[in-house]
Design a protein around this ligand. Structure first.
Ligand SMILES: [Zn+2]
Length: 345
């Protein structure tokens, strides 16, 4: 294919909007809350260049705010997201499948609010309902650290807590299914993962993760876990920052290897995107914090040509180069997540 015809094909594949189910946007909007139009000036140009249609906007609370200010900062992050989306005039917070479809049709960028770690709830189940009313539609019980609901998977091949969920964590999972809040298994430790599967009946998602086959840490998921999601007809979003334990292995081709691996185990209908673009936050950190994160968690390896949303076309070109059909590319970029939203939201 000529360069021009590939670009036309990418245009066509992107026309319906790309769905990325994990982005730490609210945290950055909160940290820059004294500045005007952060979304419109710092993010929207990249969203537009990449053809983004919907982004999972993750509420995440950094250690320094916990425990006392977790609830307040989460509420402020949600407030900033609504305010900035409204001011941008080209973004909109979505709560239902219908609202998502409308955002995609109108060429706006939609946000679906997700929560990465339930620290803002403390151990108060009623707050789940409150956050649900505020628009939170996806709950991941934990990040890497332990909280009132359970334990995170660590960045090593073994050594996460052998414990599953706490009684509060189990109550939360049941309440999420009752309220129609999607349950996200990204980050949770292997014991907690299995327990959530056992406690639930609806499709489950893993918004942003990678296969342990290529990067063997408990924060990623192994083949048995991938198959558990497949049996539920859930969707696994492939993460761009944990594709390989080495910087030199962190390439677009390796990202596509993860897609192919998941598809080979559970089918092309169960794999999507959860980029977790994080370089913009990482580069704002002082060296001392980068060192702390490297020791406590891991050093992220960014894929140079897949570092922010403006690079989404590079992935689509790579999928074309690797021989994926248009139908399959559209499933990965958008349709699989839409199927889940149609079933759950
Ligand atoms: Zn994460």
């Amino acid at each position: 294919m000529s360069h021009v015809s590939i670009e036309h094909r990418v245009d066509r594949l992107h026309a319906g909007g790309i769905i990325d189910m994990h982005f730490d946007l609210p945290m950055d909007l909160y940290e820059k809350r004294t500045q005007p139009d952060v979304l419109a000036t710092e993010f929207l140009p990249e969203f537009k260049a990449g053809g983004m249609g919907l982004i999972g906007a993750a509420i995440y609370i950094e250690d320094r705010y916990l425990p006392e200010r977790g609830l307040q900062v989460a509420l402020d992050q949600i407030a900033r997201l609504y305010t900035e989306a409204e001011q941008s005039k080209r973004c909109v917070v979505c709560r239902t499948h219908k609202e998502i479809s409308r955002a995609l049709d109108s060429k706006k960028v939609g946000f679906l609010i997700t929560m990465e770690g339930v620290e803002p709830l403390g151990d108060d189940l009623d707050l789940l309902r409150a956050f649900c009313e505020l628009g939170v539609r996806v709950i991941g019980l934990t990040h890497a650290r332990t909280n009132a609901a359970g334990h995170g998977g660590i960045f090593a091949a073994s050594g996460s807590s052998p414990e599953g969920l706490t009684p509060f964590g189990r109550d939360l999972v049941r309440e999420c299914e009752k309220l129609g809040v999607m349950i996200d298994l990204a980050h949770i430790n292997p014991a907690g993962f299995t327990e959530v599967v056992d406690l639930t009946t609806k499709p489950l998602i893993v918004s942003h993760t990678n296969a342990r086959k290529f990067y063997d840490v408990e924060r990623n998921i192994n083949d048995a876990q991938i198959k558990m999601i497949g049996q539920r007809r859930g969707v696994i979003g492939i993460n761009s920052v944990l594709v390989s334990p080495e910087q030199k292995g962190s390439t677009l081709d390796c990202y596509v290897d993860h897609i192919e691996h998941v598809a080979s185990l559970i089918g092309i209908d169960c794999v999507g995107i959860g980029f977790d673009f994080f370089e913009f936050i990482y580069r704002q950190w002082p060296e001392s914090k980068k060192k702390w994160v490297a020791e406590k968690l891991t050093t992220p390896h960014f894929i140079t040509d897949l570092t922010n949303h403006s690079h989404a076309r590079n992935l689509t070109r790579k999928l074309i180069e690797r021989g994926f059909s248009d139908d399959d590319i559209e499933k990965i970029l958008r349709e699989n997540w839409l199927r889940i939203f149609g079933e759950l939201l």
